[in-house]
Design a protein around this ligand. Structure first.
Ligand SMILES: [Zn+2]
Ligand SMILES: [Zn+2]
Length: 278
C-alpha cells in the first residue's frame, strides 16, 4: 500500500517517439511516455503512450473504481497510443478526464482523442468504451485545480504542433513534467524556468545528447546537458531524464548515467518501473 502522505511518481513508459522493445532496451524499457503520480488517494497521469497499458493492468487489479486526470503534453502518436489499451476505459465504474492545452483554437482534445479511437485508425472503440470520459481544453500558461489541494500550472513548450509543460503542486511537494520541447541554444527557456523553479522533481525531455542534437535541430527535442543547466539554474532538487531516443540502448543510457555522475548532477535516467517518493 502506498504511503498516503507522500507524492509517489511511477514511470510506466520512458521512451520517446516510438516504442522499442527488444534485447537492447530491457533495463530502461521500451514503452513510450506515461508517468503515474499519486497524491494521497488522487491519481494523475502524464501522457498516454504505450506505458499506459501497464498502468491500466495495475489499476484493474486494484478492483475499485478509478478516477484519473490524464494530462496530455500533446497528441503526437507516442503520447496517446495507449488510450485504446487502457483497461480502465472498459469499466463503467471509472471516470477519466483528459486535459490538453496545445491544440489550436477551434480544435478540441475531445475530437482529437475520439478521432484517434475510431476508424480508420482503430475499430470504433467509442462503441465499447464504457468509462465516463471527460475532456478539458485549456491554454498553455493557464493554472487550474483539478482536485481539491492540487494546483496545476502550465506553459507552452517549443515543439512542432505545440506541447504543454506542467507543474503539479500538492502540500509542500512539487513536480514538473516537461516533454516534448526543444531548447534554444543561446538561452534557457523562460517558460520552462517558470515551471521548474525549486521543484522536488523535474522530468525532462532528454531525447538527444548535445552531439546528436547538432543534426536534429528543429525536431522539437532537447538534451540531457540542457536539462542539467536548467535544473541548476532553477534549484531543482532532483532531475529525471526522460523521453529517451529509440536508438539509445541500455549501454548508451548507462554511458550517459556515468557522465551525469561525473557532472555531479542530482539526476537519474528514468527507467520503466522506477518509483520516486517525495
Ligand atoms: Zn514524444
Ligand atoms: Zn511530439
Amino acid at each position: 500500500m502506498a504511503d498516503l502522505d507522500k507524492m509517489q511518481v511511477r514511470f510506466w513508459g520512458v521512451r520517446g517517439s516510438l516504442a522499442c522493445p527488444g534485447p537492447n532496451t530491457v533495463r530502461y524499457g521500451g514503452n513510450t511516455s506515461c508517468v503515474e503520480v499519486r497524491c494521497g488517494e488522487d491519481l494523475f497521469v502524464f501522457d498516454a503512450g504505450t506505458g499506459l497499458r501497464g498502468l491500466g493492468g495495475a489499476l484493474a487489479a486494484e478492483k475499485r473504481p478509478i478516477h484519473a486526470d490524464i494530462f496530455c503534453s500533446h497528441t503526437h502518436y507516442d503520447h496517446i497510443c495507449g488510450v485504446a489499451f487502457f483497461a480502465p476505459c472498459f469499466n463503467p465504474a471509472n471516470s477519466l478526464t483528459f486535459w490538453a492545452g496545445h491544440l489550436p483554437p477551434g480544435t478540441t482534445i475531445r475530437e482529437v482523442l475520439t478521432g484517434s479511437l475510431s476508424e480508420p485508425y482503430l475499430p470504433n472503440l467509442l462503441d465499447v468504451i464504457s468509462a465516463h470520459l471527460e475532456f478539458e481544453d485549456f491554454e498553455g500558461g493557464d493554472s487550474f485545480s483539478p482536485k481539491p489541494g492540487i494546483t496545476i500550472r502550465t506553459a507552452p513548450l517549443n515543439h512542432p504542433g505545440g506541447a504543454t509543460g506542467y507543474r503539479l503542486e500538492w502540500r509542500d511537494k512539487s513536480i514538473a513534467y516537461i516533454t516534448d520541447t526543444e531548447h534554444r541554444p543561446d538561452m534557457l527557456d523562460e517558460n520552462v524556468l517558470g515551471l521548474i523553479e525549486g521543484v522536488d522533481l523535474m522530468i525532462y525531455d532528454a531525447t538527444y545528447t548535445e552531439a546528436e542534437y547538432v543534426v536534429h535541430a528543429g525536431w522539437g527535442h532537447s538534451t540531457w546537458q540542457e536539462a542539467v543547466r536548467l535544473a541548476e539554474k532553477a534549484s531543482v532538487r532532483k532531475l529525471a531524464l526522460y523521453h529517451h531516443d529509440p536508438t539509445h540502448s541500455d549501454a548508451i543510457l548507462d554511458a550517459i548515467a556515468a557522465e551525469l555522475d561525473e557532472a555531479k548532477a542530482n539526476a537519474v535516467i528514468a527507467q520503466e518501473g522506477m518509483v520516486i517518493s517525495l
